[in-house]
Design a protein around this ligand. Structure first.
Ligand SMILES: N[C@@H](CCC(=O)N[C@@H](CS)C(=O)NCC(=O)O)C(=O)O
Length: 213
């Protein structure tokens, strides 16, 4: 199977963490989202143009990060969506929460911050800050009693939290939240997440240099 992704894309990172946790092989195809020609060509694979997207050997495509993790979950251990209907619902809820209110909000702040003040959208910024603050308050409370998002074991929800926290460290610092900080240290000690950060570093540096002008 082939994975279309970009190492600095948060949703790609979520799926990469799941692949690396499972030590599952895939054929990597990096899409340069900053290159309009590459983006246009990629729309032949997935017309929505979003990464990540998994393409099976028969050509079938599986877009959407959570759906990709669900697809690969039965293929190798460790299982990332584990338990009865109630437990798996809770994992999916946390996955959604981190995608929608941490990841998307942090990326909004990142891109808004790269624009000149006159072009920034104060309403979007305020909404993103509200989503992040609400999520932090929820997380700080939850991580007082458990090491991972859904309890004792690393799950899909943790794959979803890591990319948002990676960018949030600078954009929406959480150092004052001691439980979130301890959780982030726990995540960063995992080889899967270290590998994602190592692979992202040179591309992120080039992206920042290009964006700075
Ligand atoms: N809901 C999608 C979101 C994917 C997404 O927004 N990916 C971003 C990169 S993190 C992207 O492809 N952006 C390029 C674009 O919107 O054209 C998922 O979970 O996979």
């Amino acid at each position: 199977m082939k994975l279309y992704y970009n190492p600095i894309s948060t949703y790609s990172q979520k799926v990469l963490i799941a692949f690396y946790e499972k030590e599952l092989d895939f054929d990597p195809e990096i899409i340069d989202l900053m290159n309009p020609d590459a983006g246009e060509k990629y729309r032949d694979v997935y017309p929505m143009g979003k990464v990540p997207c998994l393409q099976l050997d028969d050509g079938h495509i599986i877009p959407e990060s959570s759906i990709i993790v669900e697809y690969i979950d039965p293929l190798a251990t460790p299982t990332l969506i584990k338990g009865d209907a109630d437990e798996t619902r809770r994992i999916r809820f946390k996955d959604r929460m981190f995608d929608l209110y941490l990841n998307d909000a942090v990326v909004t702040l990142l891109f808004q911050g790269m624009k000149p003040d006159s072009e920034q959208d104060p309403e979007r910024i305020e909404k993103a800050k509200f989503h992040i603050a609400t999520t932090y308050s929820f997380m700080e409370n939850e991580f007082a009693n458990q090491p991972y998002a859904n309890g004792e074991e690393f799950m899909m929800s943790d794959c979803s939290a890591a990319p948002g926290l990676f960018y949030a460290e600078n954009i929406a610092p959480f150092a004052e939240h001691k439980n979130i900080s301890a959780y982030w240290e726990r995540l960063k000690s995992r080889p899967s997440i270290q590998r994602v950060h190592e692979e992202a570093a040179p591309i992120l540096a080039a992206f920042m240099a290009q964006s700075a002008g």
